[in-house]
Design a protein around this ligand. Structure first.
Ligand code: GMT
Length: 381
């Protein structure tokens, strides 16, 4: 029988893929008997229920008139030192490199000076490498922090390869994909819900994101506009973020008011996915596309850009439609054909459910557990 581990989980608490992955992973590890300590600046969004073995430690910021911006890295580092020491943690698993990997490295060095050992595992999620991490101001720090981690994982082969390509990273980055809880994300229809958003005979399309520029919200509206000209449809816009006002404006200007419903952040989203026919995800890049995976588990095929790690999840022409940058028109026509053909849509739904099962929590959790044990068994970095 393997010993339970004492794990520190560091993540952003807000809505966003990395926080969701960290929280779901932590909850599942706690269910398996490990002791999991979340360290974040507020309670992570999905850490909403009491569970045995699950703890939360809040990073408190120090404000002082001299600081224009309070130094979060230092506050987090100090908290990690305290939590590792007091809770006797075996390892820190940090999600999103900036600045978590740096803080974890610092904490480990401080603790080493006190004779306390702790291992650091960094999971790269996406924009920490593809966008923000490449900023010349951050790149040397990200590169160093990755190098110093005892193990580094990326959520897709695409992200793994990008990391090696951009960061001259001598550390072997291991792919551990995003996962979905198939008990929660199921193809079940909540009676009466669909009718609240779309009239009988309409197809219901859906977009779920944090409405940041990388999600290309303008293209969500454009795709929907083109599709709904040919197939009677409605669109559910789930989430909130900086691009929301622009999206509302293009819906107004496009004469789509009444067909498009902005319903803000919704948790849980599975009941909304359960009554939808197609998820639109035209992101500029997407290292994995957790929103796509959750939709597929609910039996919703995905129309997405052919970018980043999305082709590692979505099988074009089988469980979804991958739209290359220069193939917008063909993509729209494929979506129209799919939504007009009930038998084909059903085949895509079934293929999506099958594909999502390749990324079930039950399959992915043991990969993380095995990695933790391997790192703990390695004596020297
Ligand atoms: O950058 C974001 O969109 C948020 C980011 C996060 O870390 O919160 O999402 C990334 O991580 C998710 C979970 O691993 C991935 O499924 C998303 O594809 C990824 N987003 C991007 O690459 C844009």
């Amino acid at each position: 029988m393997n010993q339970p581990m004492r794990i520190g989980m560091v993540c952003y608490p807000t809505y966003g893929g990395s926080g969701v992955v960290a929280t779901e992973l932590g909850k599942a590890l706690a269910d398996r008997g490990h002791q999991v300590h979340f360290v974040s600046n507020s309670l992570p969004a999905r850490l909403d229920v009491f569970r045995e073995n699950l703890y939360f430690h809040e990073v408190s910021m120090v404000h002082y008139p001299l600081f224009e911006h309070s130094p979060y890295v230092l506050a987090l580092t100090g908290k990690l030192v305290e939590v590792v020491r007091e809770q006797k943690l075996d390892l820190l698993h940090v999600h999103y490199a900036i600045p978590h990997a740096t803080a974890a490295h610092l904490a480990r060095e401080i603790l080493a000076g006190q004779g306390i050992r702790v291992k650091v595992i960094t999971t790269l999620h996406g924009t920490d490498i593809t966008l923000v991490g490449k900023d010349p101001n951050y790149a040397p720090v990200v590169s160093f922090a990755i190098q110093q981690s005892d193990a580094v994982t990326a959520v897709s082969d695409f992200l793994r390869d990008e990391t090696h390509r951009y960061f001259d990273c001598r550390k072997k980055v291991i792919t551990v994909p995003n996962f979905v809880d198939l008990h929660r994300f199921t193809p079940s229809v909540r009676p009466g819900l669909r009718e609240r958003f779309c009239p009988a005979g309409h197809r219901l399309l859906i977009h779920v994101s944090n409405f940041r520029r990388v999600k290309r919200i303008d293209r969500v509206v454009e795709w929907f506009h083109r599709i709904s000209d040919q197939v009677p449809s409605s669109l559910l816009m789930v989430g909130d973020g900086p691009e929301l006002p622009r999206a509302e404006q293009s819906v107004r200007e496009g004469g789509l008011t009444g067909k498009v419903h902005f319903i803000g952040r919704q948790d849980p989203v599975e009941s909304l996915l359960g009554v939808s026919d197609l998820l639109l995800l035209p992101s500029e890049t997407e290292s994995f596309g957790l929103a796509a995976l959750e939709a597929m588990a609910c039996g919703v095929p995905v129309m997405s850009s052919d970018a980043g790690g999305l082709p590692e999840l979505i099988e074009d022409g089988r469980s979804g439609i991958l739209v290359p940058e220069n193939g917008q028109e063909q993509g729209i026509q494929k979506a129209v054909a799919l939504l007009s053909n009930a038998a084909m849509l059903e085949q895509f739904r079934q293929a999506s459910i099958r594909r999502a099962s390749d990324f079930s929590l039950d399959r992915v959790l043991p990969l993380y557990e095995a990695l933790y044990r391997k790192v703990l068994e390695e004596d020297n970095r």
